[in-house]
Ligand binder design. Structure first.
Ligand SMILES: *Cc1c(COP(=O)(O)O)cnc(C)c1O
Length: 458
């Protein structure tokens, strides 16, 4: 074995610097408070790689693209092509969780149902759609077929479909990003290649095959699938690579959610201010979705929003990246962690360096959880609220439990001076996927969850 393979240090030296690594490497669930977390000042905001201006522009672009989305996907007619999810009070689920874990979750608990977003049934309908539509628009502009600011709904026409069919899009995915890019890419007329990691569920590959997407299966994990997609795109200038690890547009597509949530909170009369803190729990793969939404929320709610990321104990790449501040330079396997989890959307061994650097001072902390709990929560949510979400999405659900249960979580509340206002807190669990999962798989997931619920209390 090489002595110092990891950014000039051995594993042992890293463990000496960060004792919590012992637990992480033993696959024990941890709650890590981010020591780099800073007040969201003007100065901090202006130092970030993504600006408020860019997010506002993205917000306008998304609104403009809705003209196309409404025509191309008639199921979005009622929302006029704006793909947005509901924010729902899940008071029965809160009670179920409080009973099961024997604690009190102070404040109210809401679910943001990106699990049920139109067209692609996951959070990827934000980032993936934005990226593909931006690319389509760029191509049309470059070729003199379209002027920025005019009506994008003409992308629906035969002429544009024929034009886009000369081009291809490639992407690496654990499943949902491929679905999102594949569904929209094909509808626009592009050829689409999805490089799937070994974790990808069969039904996601079948669905893509059925709409004419070329699915390339890899036996390795997500990082490898991305690498292969990138390689393929390098060979042909007509292939555009959607780079989940580095794409700013993908990130901007997610960040738009901040402004959207603000509107929704207002509509529902939910206050977020100096005496009403907002806690948001986000499942995290490479970090793009969670990171984009965190930035969007921070720009609006500043220090009154507290964002926590959730990762499986077997795939804590963003936790490792943020803690060591090495971001993409580490993969979980470097620390002897296998990246094997039932949470396919989170089975990512290497974090995005771009995202890590944007959010390193914005995210309040990261916690990890076991797969067993993903299934317990899945069965509990179905039973209490009649809502199904895929296992990955439930990484967020345990957030409020962990905030009040773990020593580090309690410390965070105290240190931020929030103890006296927790009864007025709002907790939002960001549900990230599930509505497209076939019924028989939903049933198997629920049965598995019931099984875990019946024989263990933790
Ligand atoms: C992609 C995905 C995530 C995480 O998104 P990243 O951008 O990889 O961090 C979470 N949940 C589900 C269901 C997903 O598909």
């Amino acid at each position: 074995m090489k002595k110092k393979p990891l950014c000039e240090k051995s594993v042992k030296e890293w463990v000496n610097s960060f004792p919590i690594l012992d637990k992480i490497m033993a696959l024990d669930p941890v709650f890590w408070e981010n020591p780099q977390y800073l007040p969201f000042t003007k100065q901090l905001e202006s130092s970030l790689l993504v600006s408020k201006n860019q997010v506002n522009k993205a917000l306008k672009n998304v609104a403009a693209f809705s003209g196309y989305v409404e025509k191309a996907f008639p199921e979005t007619k009622s929302s006029k092509g704006m793909i947005e999810s509901d924010l729902v009070d899940i008071v029965s689920m809160k009670k179920a969780m409080e009973n099961f874990w024997e604690l009190n979750i102070a404040g109210r608990l809401y679910l943001k149902k990106d699990s049920h977003l139109d067209v692609s049934g996951s959070i990827k309908a934000r980032g993936g759609f934005y990226e593909v539509l931006r690319h389509a628009q760029d191509l049309a502009v470059e070729n003199g077929l379209f002027k920025p600011g005019s009506d994008v709904s003409i992308f629906q026409t035969r002429k544009f479909k024929d034009f886009f069919s000369q081009y291809a899009i490639a992407v690496g995915s654990t499943g949902n990003l491929g679905l999102s890019i594949g569904i929209l890419g094909k509808r626009l007329g592009f050829n689409v290649y999805v490089h799937m990691s070994a974790d990808a569920k069969q039904w996601k590959k079948d669905k893509l095959n059925s709409i004419g997407v070329t699915v390339i299966e890899h036996r390795a994990d997500y990082s490898k699938a991305v690498e292969q997609g990138r390689k393929q795109a390098d060979t042909d200038p007509n292939i555009y690579f959607v780079d989940d690890e580095n794409s700013k547009n993908l990130f901007l597509g997610y960040s738009v959610a901040g402004q959207r949530l603000k509107t929704q909170l207002k509509e529902q009369n939910i206050h977020v201010d100096d005496t009403h803190p907002l806690f948001v729990y986000l499942p995290c793969g490479v970090g793009g979705a969670a990171g984009g939404i965190t930035l969007g929320l921070k720009q609006i709610f500043k220090d009154n929003v507290h964002c926590f990321f959730a990762e499986p104990t077997h795939s804590p790449c963003v936790l490792l990246g943020l803690m060591t501040r090495q971001h993409e330079r580490f993969c979980v396997q470097d620390f002897g962690i296998d990246n094997l989890t039932a949470a396919d959307g989170l089975a990512v061994g290497r974090a995005s360096g771009f995202v890590g650097k944007v959010i390193e001072h914005l995210v309040s902390g990261v916690y990890t959880l076991d797969d067993d709990n993903l299934y317990r929560l899945l069965a509990m949510l179905k039973d209490s609220e009649s809502i199904y979400m895929e296992p990955s999405a439930h990484a967020a659900m345990i957030g409020p439990v962990r905030l009040f249960q773990d020593v580090e979580g309690k410390k965070y509340i105290e240190k931020q001076g929030l103890s006296s206002m927790m009864s007025r807190a709002t907790h939002i669990v960001w549900g990230t996927g599930g509505s497209m999962v076939p019924k028989e798989i939903q049933k198997a997931d629920i049965d598995m969850g019931k099984h875990f619920l019946s024989y263990s209390g933790q």
